[in-house]
Design a protein around this ligand. Structure first.
Ligand SMILES: Nc1ncnc2c1ncn2[C@@H]1O[C@H](COP(=O)(O)OP(=O)(O)OP(=O)(O)O)[C@@H](O)[C@H]1O
Ligand SMILES: [Mg+2]
Length: 302
């Protein structure tokens, strides 16, 4: 089967814990020994791999997902979601293993701290992936064995003409050398903090963050910065797009929504400006509601 896009990243069950805790500076403080009453509790499926797969599939692309889950009830819930969203599972279900799980603690101001258990997410081997071909491979953050597998697969597929999109997270940049993967990356999307760390780590100097990132290899680089303008550079022109003022309900999944929207635009052959607008629209749609993927856009892009 030939896919338009295959996403490679985590799958987790998310539990959203809505608290009335006020923030103190950069911290959310829970007194030791206290019992904290929760305002609300919601369950959903998250993880960069499944969030972005749902985004692509809803836009009409033939979509596959690579990841690893346990054979527990959470694993079943994840598979059910993939099926409902018409996404082909190309990864591995591991016997007697616990699927990934995240607890998202929301403050009164709707900022959050995430406690995450990666579980089997970090143990995927190359021979556990089903055979397939794809126009695009979308890599979201993975650690451990799964990251090594992701790098190997990206190399194999890039040689066959697959284009690579990459959205690495802060912990990935801190812990690993991403240079080989960046050299074969078509689209690199990061937030400002991640972009700065990546340049610092690789000692890329210069005034402009976009140009510094671009010098590491990717053909197109995009830097998001919360509600500040999104910046993009394609080796020729620089672009900027300012997010609208919107009421943020729960911001988990904003980055995934933006990145998958932008990449979807590029897969569909749209201009950079149009792709940025699609990314913005996806991210705004997601942060207006609970959950990382509930409100991803349904529309035929292809
Ligand atoms: N407060 C906000 N108001 C409006 N838009 C926002 C806000 N926060 C995020 N966005 C939208 O989401 C996009 C991505 O957000 P951000 O730069 O925070 O990504 P991120 O740090 O990668 O997110 P994540 O934590 O989900 O990985 C922004 O470019 C913007 O379009
Ligand atoms: Mg992000």
């Amino acid at each position: 089967m030939r896919f338009d896009v295959v996403t490679f990243g985590s799958a987790v069950v998310d539990v959203f814990v809505d608290t009335d805790i006020a923030e103190k500076g950069k911290f959310m403080c829970y007194p030791v020994g206290a019992k904290i009453l929760l305002k609300n509790l919601k369950f959903d499926i998250g993880g960069g791999g499944t969030n972005t797969a749902v985004a692509f599939s809803r836009l009409g692309f033939k979509t596959g997902y690579i990841g690893k889950i346990g054979d527990d009830t959470d694993g079943q819930t994840i598979l059910k979601l993939l099926k409902k969203e018409k996404i082909k599972f190309l990864g591995k279900i591991k016997k007697n293993a616990i699927s990934g799980y995240s607890i998202i603690l929301d403050s009164r101001a709707h900022n959050r701290t995430i406690l995450t258990y990666k579980g089997v997410n970090e143990t995927l081997e190359l021979d556990e992936i089903k055979k397939f071909s794809t126009r695009w491979l979308y890599c979201s953050s993975f650690l451990g064995k799964s990251l090594e597998t992701q790098k190997k697969l990206a190399n194999i597929l890039a040689k066959k003409g697959t284009k690579i999109a990459f959205n690495p997270s802060l912990y990935l940049i801190k812990r690993t050398n991403l240079l080989p993967l960046l050299k074969i990356t078509e689209i690199l999307i990061m937030n400002k903090e991640e972009a700065e760390l990546l340049c610092k780590k690789n000692k890329v100097k210069g005034k402009n963050l976009l140009l510094r990132l671009h010098s590491l290899g990717p053909r197109i680089v995009v830097i998001t910065d919360k509600n500040n303008p999104i910046k993009c550079y394609d080796g020729k022109n620089k672009y900027s797009l300012k997010p609208n003022k919107i009421k943020v309900k729960e911001r988990t999944g904003a980055g995934d929504a933006f990145a998958s929207g932008f990449v979807a635009g590029q897969i569909a052959g749209k201009s950079i400006s149009e792709s940025l607008k699609l990314g913005l629209k996806e991210s705004e749609s997601v942060i207006r509601y609970f959950g990382a993927k509930n409100n991803l856009i349904r529309m035929k892009l292809k």
